[in-house]
Structures are given as structure tokens and as C-alpha cells.
Design a protein around this ligand. Structure first.
Ligand code: FES
Length: 172
């Protein structure tokens, strides 16, 4: 086959090709802002996780931090509180869960501060088990955040978190 038999694009074809190419570029340009705005912005990403500096929390103290709109209790447990949590027979618990499954380090308990009954915020160092007491309907939680009495059906939830280093955790 000689070169003479291959159809060469004429000026109109070149115009069509150029127009098509421009349209593709324009569509890509229009789609990028559309796709980009679907990504979470920096402030949303920041809210997705929260870092907590533990250095100022003394043994026995509970602080409350906000994470994704919810309170999270970070409790620096004393040796007595740890011992109480670790030595509670699981058979005595309405929602049996070993303390070791709820903490990454015995000194630190991190739980979502929302009562599992109807969502009130329990009060720390209150109630029969010195964990938390929910003022709404009287649920009591122990030093591991486990439900011990009252209408709440389950333990205080443990959020996903990691130790960034010995003195800092990242929740979420
Ligand atoms: S909301 Fe806590 S006991 Fe009802």
C-alpha cells in the first residue's frame, strides 16, 4: 500500500480534532474542582481525629475532650482503680468484658462519655463503683467504664485510639 492510498486529514478534520481535544481539556478542567470539592476539607479531617496530651493529667484525674461532637473521657487511673477494674469477676458484670480488652495501658482509660441508656453524660468519680454515675436514670459504671447497675444495657464505648508516644494519644 502506497502513501497515496492513505487518507490524509483535510483542514476540516483537523478542525474537528482540535475542537474535540479542547472540549476534553475543558471537561477535565471542569470536573477537577467538582471532584476536589468532594474531598473532606482540612477542618473536617482535623475533627476526624483528636490528639490528647496526657502529661498534665494527674493520677485520679479525668478530663473530657471533644471528638466528632461527642465527649470522650480520658482517665488517668490510680493503682487502686486499676486493681478494682482488673479484679472484678466477669460473671458479676451485666456486659462482661475484661479490663485488659478495654485499655491499651492500665493507667489510661479512654471511653466515649455518653451513657449507653439514652445518651446523657455521666459524672466521673460518682456512684457506687467510683467510675461514673448517670444522673438521668441512675446507671453506674466502674473504673473500667463498664455498666454495673441501672438501665444502661452496655459498657461505655471505647473509641479507636492509638498512643502516638508515651504521653500522647490520637483518638480517631
Ligand atoms: S441516660 Fe443514663 S441512665 Fe438513662
Amino acid at each position: 500500500m502506497s502513501d497515496d492510498t492513505i487518507a490524509q486529514p483535510n483542514r476540516r478534520d483537523i478542525l474537528y480534532i482540535a475542537t474535540g481535544a479542547m472540549a476534553t481539556v475543558a471537561a477535565a478542567g471542569a470536573a477537577w474542582p467538582l471532584l476536589d470539592q468532594m474531598n473532606p476539607d482540612a477542618s473536617t479531617l482535623a475533627l476526624a481525629s483528636t490528639e490528647v496530651d496526657l502529661t498534665a493529667i494527674v493520677p485520679g484525674q479525668i478530663i473530657t475532650v471533644k471528638w466528632r461532637g461527642k465527649p470522650v473521657f480520658v482517665r488517668h487511673r490510680t493503682p487502686a482503680e486499676i486493681s478494682e477494674a482488673e479484679n472484678t469477676p466477669l460473671a458479676s458484670l451485666p456486659d462482661p468484658e475484661a479490663d485488659s480488652k478495654r485499655v491499651k495501658k492500665p493507667e489510661w482509660l479512654v471511653v466515649i462519655g455518653v451513657c449507653t441508656h439514652l445518651g446523657c453524660i455521666p459524672l466521673g468519680h460518682e456512684g457506687e463503683y467510683d467510675g461514673w454515675f448517670c444522673p438521668c436514670h441512675g446507671s453506674t459504671y466502674d473504673t473500667s467504664g463498664r455498666i454495673r447497675s441501672g438501665p444502661a444495657p452496655t459498657n461505655l464505648e471505647v473509641p479507636n485510639y492509638v498512643f502516638v508516644n508515651d504521653t500522647k494519644i490520637k483518638i480517631g
